[in-house]
Write a protein that binds this ligand. Structure first.
Ligand code: SF4
Length: 329
């Protein structure tokens, strides 16, 4: 496979053929540097060597009525996790301050829910207004399914971006969740876009999907023109239905990241949840296709500390990029 031809196709704005996309996902190990070099060419054209950091806050944990098979907060999960209702406005403000001190460009407020209730939206709106008045950081909200009206409330409060992951293809979606549909998830992304919010929507690889499923969901995300795509890797957790699924290798994760870079050349590609346990010693290489990272942990699992992430970026000769200017609102 000629990966430089694929890079040129991507940079020209053309969609990869199915044969090219499969060639990326099925690249042999001896092609590692050729493939990463081609993906880096595409990444560098838009993002240079900058790496953005994002910090998550699990603002409401557990008790979710949905049955997403990968999730330790679902109604199906018996995983021992902290379960608590929505944090106070002050706790959300303090967490945003802490994220800013850690060097994060973006702070993402996440709740476990099918969708936020009206009182929850009201408290989150108040928290976002307080954060935007004080902390120079971009704010993202991940609140489950959203109506246009709720998306407009978030926009009015100053929310910059909404996250809602598609996770997998429409074909494979019923195998991982029965309480809502792929179409529900797409509708939430479209509601956020209709409210003129930036959108972040990604995937969770390693749940038993096929190569064609990954290509399909990348293609849908391209069609939706989302601003950011977190590429998550299944971290199988005891007590969840997918606890025994172990499909990923570090090399497979790199190929998936390269596919998303080629399919979405100008979109932020985040090396997201599960990167530490699945990429292991190859984590730094993920920053050749990817241009952003979560730091300081995930919703119910720990992750790489900010100082270690900064060292990893600097060891590559890359830069921690695009801090929000101090005079930002
Ligand atoms: S909707 Fe979100 S919090 Fe609820 S089970 Fe699914 S992934 Fe977990």
């Amino acid at each position: 496979m000629d990966y430089q031809t694929i890079a040129e196709c991507s940079l020209a704005g053309n969609l990869l053929t199915t044969e090219q996309a499969l060639g990326v996902l099925q690249a042999p190990a001896e092609d590692l540097f050729d493939l990463l070099g081609a993906a880096f060419r595409v990444r560098r054209a838009t993002f240079g060597t900058r790496v953005q950091f994002h910090v998550l806050m699990n603002a409401k944990s557990g008790f979710c009525p949905e049955d997403c098979g990968y999730c330790s907060q679902s109604s199906m999960s018996t995983t021992e996790i902290d379960r608590y209702p929505l944090r106070s406005m002050d706790e959300m403000l303090q967490a945003a301050r802490k994220a800013h001190r850690a060097g994060a460009h973006r702070f993402c407020l996440v709740i476990s829910a099918r969708g936020a209730t009206t009182p929850e939206i009201e408290r989150i709106v108040a928290a976002v207004e307080a954060i935007k008045a004080e902390v120079p950081i971009e704010v993202c909200c991940s609140l489950g399914l959203l109506t246009l009206e709720k998306a407009q409330q978030l926009k009015a409060a100053g929310v910059d971006r909404v996250n809602h992951n598609l996770n997998t293809s429409a074909r494979y979606y019923p195998a991982i969740c029965s309480t809502h549909s792929f179409a529900d998830r797409v509708a939430t992304v479209e509601a956020a876009q209709a409210a003129r919010l930036a959108t972040c929507s990604g995937v969770l690889a390693g749940m038993g999907e096929t190569d064609h499923d990954l290509i399909e969901v990348a293609s849908v995300l391209r069609g939706l023109a989302v601003d950011s795509v977190p590429v998550n890797f299944l971290h199988p957790v005891a007590g969840t239905p997918l606890a025994d699924v172990k499909d990923l290798t570090p090399w497979r994760c790199l190929k998936i990241l390269c596919l998303f870079r080629f399919m979405l050349p100008k979109t932020e590609i985040r090396v997201a949840g599960g990167r530490e346990v699945n990429l292991r010693s190859l984590q730094p290489l993920a920053l050749y296709p990817g241009n952003s990272l979560f730091i300081e942990g995930y919703l119910t699992t720990p992750g790489q500390a900010a100082a270690d992430a900064i060292r990893m970026v600097q060891d590559l000769g890359f830069e921690v990029g695009d801090p929000v200017p101090m005079n930002a609102p």
